[in-house]
Design a protein around this ligand. Structure first.
Ligand code: GLU
Length: 479
């Protein structure tokens, strides 16, 4: 018995093995299909206008609902039903004045999703697309991700629909101060510890940290991603990108694939994409693409250290557009309005944003011989894309496992702040590698199909992340 993906248009792969995509997991859990449908119908009715949140819940429900049903410890206690309801959500007004003296208004959010295993932890995103659906999906994913890190971190997420693009430094500072004036009421180093995400880097963290300190009169590790001179950790900037590459190395090694010489496509050109590229270059792989919301650059000769330094200066200092790369390096091509997935590659590292790699893109990657896809961003692959990877047994690393290095190193920053010590670069990097190895191993334990050895890393991550949080909730009574 097979089930078609509900609510998604199916399409045919133009490959030898052409067939309609099936819902692999619900096909396996045939007897739980009706209760899954009823559950998801309720989720949709209860969270209208929240497509990203519903998508994220659906991706986990297909593993966890059958798992709860089949395990006496979890059956009937509705852990998952509780876990999709945020413990608390704050929505607030953020007024500020631009450089022309004009009053501006944005909306601020903090979603405190789950504190069963530690204080809420998760980034702040400043982007015009930010709304409650996006932040609930990110906070929900963060709960599983933080659980997988093996560190005591609950899950949360926040941000604003503020668009940092084109804003002056002073405007950014005024916005950050206004945002933190309200947010400071809801966070604390033992309660909720925000960090960066899209649109929030060390500059914004610095302004927010300064404002928190002025309001509260305390010097604590209330934010992570801080500058090195005021409590930040070495390797934090690099951690998400490096961590994803370390995770991919674990997967590749398990399949006897050497990363050296492999052609890699990377999407995005922010912090995650930059350090993914840096680590891949260091390991002898050849990175041929980067992108931003305007389009993709394709450098068939490979991006080397010098070219990457140019990208970092372009994006982090001048805050320019990726298309300028081809003016500086004319042998590269600019593909306006495109993402990198049509460029032939061995390995793909989607590192831009959610839903940036669709079923058709996945089919193209498979057709071009891609062997693995490793998510640096949060939920960059759509459900159809993931089904293509499953169908063709492509190595697929879900972001909640493979991009957990960022928040894990935030956890290490919190530890250093508590100890009032700073660890060396080597020490933090070593801990990051070990954590990524442990996350990988948990995914294998819960995601390996013993019959054929194929590891479904998404199923593994969902179940491993769930078990730790559910066990803590069980011990704490009805929370
Ligand atoms: N925003 C990052 C993430 O998606 C990091 C969060 C943090 O360091 O708290 O995991």
């Amino acid at each position: 018995m097979i089930f078609l993906l509900r609510g998604n248009s199916n399409f045919e792969l133009e490959l030898e093995k052409s067939q309609t995509f099936t819902d692999t997991r619900m096909s396996k859990h045939f007897k739980h299909y009706d209760s899954y449908v009823t559950f998801m119908d309720k989720v949709k009715a209860r969270n209208p206008h929240e497509p990203e949140f519903i998508q994220a819940v659906d991706e986990v429900a297909r593993d966890i609902l059958p798992f709860e049903e089949e395990n006496q410890d979890y059956k009937g206690v509705k852990f998952f039903t509780r876990m999709i309801e945020p413990e608390r959500v704050f929505i607030f007004r953020v007024p500020w004045i631009d450089d022309n003296g004009v009053f501006q208004l944005n909306r601020g959010f903090r979603v405190q999703m789950n504190s069963a295993i530690g204080p809420y932890k998760g980034g702040l995103r400043f982007h015009p697309s930010v709304n409650l659906s996006i932040l609930k999906f990110l906070a929900f994913e963060q709960v599983f991700k933080n659980s997988l890190t093996t560190l005591p971190l609950g899950g949360g997420k926040g941000g604003s629909d503020f668009d940092p693009k084109g804003k002056s430094d002073n405007e950014i500072m005024r916005f950050c101060q206004s945002f933190m004036t309200e947010l400071s009421k809801y966070i604390g180093n033992n309660a909720d510890v925000p960090a960066g995400d899209i649109g929030v880097g060390s500059r914004e963290i610095g302004y927010m940290f300064g404002q928190y300190k002025r309001i509260k009169g305390v010097y604590t590790g209330v934010l992570t991603g801080k500058g090195l001179s005021y409590g930040g950790s070495l390797i934090r900037s690099e951690a998400t990108g490096y961590g994803n590459v370390y995770f991919s190395l674990n997967m590749l090694e398990r399949n006897n694939i050497d990363i050296a010489g492999k052609v890699c496509t990377v999407s995005g050109s922010g912090n995650v994409a930059q350090y993914t590229t840096q680590k891949l270059i260091e390991l002898g792989a050849k990175v041929v693409t980067l992108s931003d919301s305007g389009g993709t650059i394709y450098d068939k000769d490979g991006i080397n250290d010098e070219k990457l330094a140019y990208v970092m200066e372009l994006k982090n200092e001048r805050r320019g557009r990726i298309k300028e790369y081809v003016e500086k390096y004319p042998s590269a091509e600019y593909l306006p309005g495109s993402r990198p997935w049509a460029v032939p590659c061995d390995l793909a590292y989607p590192s831009a944003t959610q839903n940036e790699l669709h079923g058709e893109d996945a089919a193209t990657l498979v057709k071009n011989g891609c062997k693995g896809v490793f998510e640096g961003a949060n939920m960059p692959c759509t459900p159809n894309a993931i089904e293509v990877f499953r169908e063709y047994k492509i190595l697929y690393a879900p972001g909640k496992a493979s991009n957990a290095g960022g928040v894990a190193t935030s956890g290490l920053e919190m530890s250093q702040n508590s100890l009032r010590l700073s660890w060396t670069r080597e020490e933090v990097d070593q801990r990051l590698k070990e954590i990524m190895g442990r996350i990988h191993d948990q995914c294998v334990i819960y995601g390996e199909d013993k019959e054929n050895g194929y590891v479904d890393y998404l199923t593994g991550a969902n179940i491993a992340g769930f078990v730790k949080v559910a066990d803590a909730m069980m011990a704490q009574g009805l929370v």
